[in-house]
Design a protein around this ligand. Structure first.
Ligand code: NA7
Length: 534
């Protein structure tokens, strides 16, 4: 048999999605080439080496479930895993399953075009590779296109500046330094307390105050780890069929139906436990404005209780968006950091950043001297990493053109007009609204199942049906519309990028319901997809 393509599949990215995809496709006997920009595996956890970087999903849940020996043998040392520990885990998995031999590191895919006459994807990299593949699978991550705002004068700064998602591998020494941190999302909120432990002065530039919940991180309790491992099969199954891929399910009840005493007791218990669980206290927190306000007010009171200076506390208090509708943050000592004498908060809504100058950051109120700038300014989320690649489908259709008004994909896994292209945790799937590990495994398993079926049935081409795609996009929007999410200027909505279409990108119907739908589609012979033998 003549091989039409150099590889059966090209996978873009060697984070947790790309690594598992490679493993599964190998298991089907496919030849696979993975391209990865970094010089190691781990994706998000390879890039995000900023101080304090830690996952906000617990260790026992933020790990692969596909191999029981792996999940039984790996020992997590803390309740919430730190970036170095997750990276060690990724390296361990790469070694254990001998993944590196098919990964081309330090190589970025710049372009991929579908060649209809040969039914192959022609893939180009910044290293000059030109390869063809039957299947093209993106595993590019949802938060990997780091973004530094175009502040005037940015290039004039004399000291080092670092984006949290492009942190130097050799680390950064803050001792004795005056550090400007711009941005108070999850990354800023994790980094600021750790930077403040070392720096001579920290100036935090905040645009939108965020809700942050305490992690209460601690060393892993061995009995707990043993219990989880003994019950992993049942626990993983429950996570896969849950709303957000976590072990602890949320309650269904209503904040409004609970009396004040009950409500506060429930909130206090969840605050004391730590992590994102507060949002699961009742079923209507991200649906009912009144329920949300009661929950938000609980957190606001906590901020007032921690931050000693009432004026600073007020500036840190979020009021412009419902709690949970921007990604909730999980911190260790964030609010208390503002009680330190060498930490200053600048509210850039009232006192906007005008320019970066050689010696610091100038706002309307004057210059804030700095030796170093940390940009914790986020990402062009979900679509950014896909649109960074010049992707062209049937008839020369470019993805950038097709998605100009917002992403369109059927089940978030294929977009019509781009045959044999699968997008792991793409827009229109639960992705960033879930435990990413659960969503990654679900997509990879589904794609592997689909590819196996195509090959067994002699189907050469699969594409999304535009009608099914339109219906799915409408459904994604409809479900988001039942919630308060669209009210926030969040990166879920594309609102953090000037000019980006305002569309709610992930699917909020729940990972369990989503999985059921995907599985049903596969069992029914892929309705909503167009399959052809040639
Ligand atoms: P986020 O959550 O997007 O946070 C970025 C922060 O940077 C946020 O506070 C932004 O304010 C701020 N920002 C962005 N642009 C500017 C400008 N031009 N001026 C001032 N401040 C600005 O990114 P993270 O890296 O913290 O977190 C990403 C995800 O990683 C996180 O949610 C977890 O899932 C893990 P804004 O709120 O837009 O007003």
């Amino acid at each position: 048999m003549t091989r039409a393509a150099d590889h059966d599949a090209v996978v873009i990215g060697a984070g947790f999605a790309g690594m598992y995809m490679l493993h599964r496709l190998r298991g089907l006997g496919l030849s696979v080439r993975v391209f990865e920009t970094g010089d190691g595996v781990g994706g998000t956890w390879y890039w995000n080496r900023y101080p304090g970087a830690r996952c906000d999903v617990e260790s026992m849940e933020y790990s692969y479930s596909f191999d029981d020996d792996l999940q039984q043998e790996w020992e997590w040392t803390e309740r919430y895993p730190s970036q170095p520990e997750i990276l060690r885990y990724a390296d361990h998995v790469a070694d254990r399953f001998d993944l590196r031999r098919d990964i081309r590191f330090e190589t970025r895919v710049t372009r991929a075009a579908y060649d209809e006459s040969a039914n192959v994807w022609r893939v180009e990299t910044d290293r000059g590779d030109r390869v063809s593949a039957t299947y093209l699978i993106t595993a590019v991550g949802c938060l990997s296109a780091a973004r530094v705002p175009a502040f005037p004068g940015r290039g004039t700064f004399l000291g080092p500046s670092h984006h949290t998602g492009r942190w130097p591998h050799e680390g950064v020494d803050f001792i004795g330094k005056r550090v400007a941190v711009i941005g108070t999302g999850s990354s800023g909120i994790q980094a600021i307390p750790v930077i403040a432990e070392q720096a001579a002065h920290v100036t935090v530039f905040q645009r939108t105050p965020n809700y942050s919940l305490p992690a209460h991180n601690r060393p892993m309790e061995p009995e707990y780890a043993r219990w989880v491992k003994a019950n992993y099969a049942r626990i993983r199954d429950a996570m896969r069929n849950s709303a957000n891929g976590l072990m602890t399910a949320g309650n269904d009840g209503s904040v409004l139906a609970a009396g004040e005493v009950e409500r506060l007791a429930e909130f206090e218990a969840r605050w004391a436990r730590g992590g994102v669980g507060l949002l699961g206290a009742y079923g209507d927190i991200v649906v009912s404005p009144e329920a949300n306000e009661l929950t938000a007010e609980f957190v606001r009171a906590k901020i007032r209780g921690i931050v000693e200076n009432p004026e600073v506390a007020e500036r840190l208090t979020p009021r412009d968006h419902p709690i949970g509708t921007k990604r909730i943050c999980v911190d260790t000592g964030y609010y208390a950091t503002f009680n330190l004498p060498h930490v200053t908060l600048v509210d850039v809504r009232r006192d906007p950043i005008q320019e970066i100058v050689p010696t610091g950051v100038r706002t309307a109120g004057g210059e804030h001297p700095a030796d170093m700038i940390v940009y914790a300014t986020g990402y062009d989320a979900l679509t950014g990493p896909l649109l960074a690649i010049d992707l062209t489908g049937k008839g020369g259709l470019s993805l950038r053109h097709k998605w100009a008004a917002g992403p369109r994909a059927y089940l978030g896994v294929m977009t019509a007009g781009f045959p044999n292209l699968f997008t792991i945790t793409g827009p229109g799937s639960p992705s960033v609204l879930s435990n990413m590990m659960v969503s990654i495994e679900q997509h990879v398993d589904w794609i592997a199942g689909c590819v196996a079926r195509l090959r067994a049935d002699g189907i050469a081409v699969i594409d999304a049906d535009p009608v099914a795609e339109d219906a799915w996009v409408a459904h994604v929007n409809e479900v988001a519309g039942y919630t308060l999410y669209p009210r926030a200027d969040s990166w879920y909505m594309g609102a953090n990028i000037p000019g980006k279409p305002r569309v709610f990108m992930p699917y909020i119907g729940g990972v369990g319901a989503y999985r059921e739908k995907c599985d049903q589609v596969a069992a029914d012979g892929y309705p909503g997809f167009v399959l052809s033998a040639t």
